[in-house]
Design a protein around this ligand. Structure first.
Ligand code: A3P
Length: 336
């Protein structure tokens, strides 16, 4: 199914020709912010997109061809994307690999399930995605309304992982500081980071818009969007993994359950196992237009680390954003 992106910029993203000049003009016309975090962000289709990635997002919207069996993993940065990638990769590929020869032993989850907007469409507006093994797994941070129309219309499934904003904010501060240090950029304080986060001027933000887009879609079309919470995974990984497997049409058999396959996967994908692997200790993977140390994706992996960082007034402010933007729609988070 070919994509025809419907948007306010449909003259550009819907055209067949690759019109670099028009794309450059569009990007130059967008509101921009430097923020304090990493590269410039531009307000594209109502979300703050790293400016350097907008052309990739447009190529994805214009050229991506969905297949019915595709699985799209969506998230905010620092919501548990790495964990979700490892888990879903393991569920989907369990008939090809067992735990003793899983590629997770030698590759970082971001190498196994690349992000479309930063990796697959990073250097090539028309990457060859047809040859990928099916079901194909894709990952994205793009908000729901800006996904290619063919993803929304086809039978392919979306799994969205969400995490309480207090921990996500703290995690993102640590992560972006690690990038800044790697690149020798000036550092910034938690307070500065917090301010941009609450203003919504954060990657793929405002965070409440991105979360609510997927939340509402999951309520309206639960067969299409599965809304997973990091905190629920921490609390009941086996139960949640079974739901994930059912959602993607690959439920665990009784034999597998009795044989301990679920526990094997959850153990393989646990924070400790992944963090300690040599594959996740050394080298770097591509994020933005820069490379990030693989170990930066594994920091503490806990629920409630925010208590070690946030002042009571910071907590009040984030809680009031959640109360105003999310609670009225039935979305609540466990924060400890
Ligand atoms: P912390 O910084 O709070 O430790 P993302 O994968 O979206 O970039 O999110 C990274 C966050 O998820 C980090 O949180 C990281 O430690 C945590 N994480 C990574 N792998 C995990 C795993 N297997 N289990 C639980 N948490 C994990």
């Amino acid at each position: 199914m070919a994509c025809q992106q419907l948007s306010s910029h449909s003259a550009i993203v819907g055209s067949e020709e690759h019109d670099q000049e028009a794309i450059d003009e569009l990007i130059a016309s967008l509101p921009q912010t430097k923020g304090v975090v990493g590269p410039f962000l531009s307000l594209y289709q109502n979300f703050w997109c790293p400016t350097s990635r907008i052309a990739n997002v447009i190529a994805f919207q214009r050229h991506f061809q969905a297949k019915h069996k595709d699985i799209v993993l969506a998230s905010q940065p620092k919501a548990g994307t790495t964990w979700l990638k490892a888990l879903v990769f393991s569920v989907v590929n369990r008939s090809r690999f067992d735990i003793s020869n899983t590629p997770l032993l030698t590759l970082n989850p971001h190498e196994l399930v690349p992000h479309v907007e930063s990796q697959q469409y990073g250097n090539n507006p028309r990457p060859d995605l047809d040859s990928l093994a099916e079901p194909r797994l894709f990952a994205t941070h793009i908000p729901y309304p800006s996904l290619p129309e063919c993803i929304k219309r086809s039978d392919c499934r979306i799994i969205y992982i969400c995490r309480n904003p207090l921990d996500t904010m703290v995690s993102s501060w640590h992560f972006f500081l690690a990038i800044a240090r790697l690149e020798g950029q000036p550092e910034w304080s938690l307070e500065e980071h917090f301010e941009t986060y609450c203003q919504g001027k954060i990657w793929y933000g405002p965070f409440w818009e991105q979360i609510m887009g997927y939340w509402k879609e999951s309520l309206e079309r639960p067969h299409k969007v599965f809304f997973l919470k990091y905190e629920d995974l921490k609390e009941d990984i086996v139960g949640q993994l079974k739901k994930v497997a059912e959602f993607v049409g690959l439920p665990f058999t009784e034999e597998e359950e009795e044989g301990g396959v679920i526990e094997e996967i959850t153990k393989m994908c646990s924070f400790k196992t992944l963090k300690d692997l040599e594959a996740n200790q050394s080298n770097k993977v591509l994020v933005i237009n820069t490379k990030v140390e693989k170990r930066s994706f594994f920091r503490k992996g806990e629920v409630g680390d925010w208590v070690n960082h946030l002042t009571p007034s910071m907590v009040d402010r984030l809680n009031s954003i959640m109360l105003e933007k999310m609670s009225p729609f039935g979305l609540e988070f466990k924060t400890c």
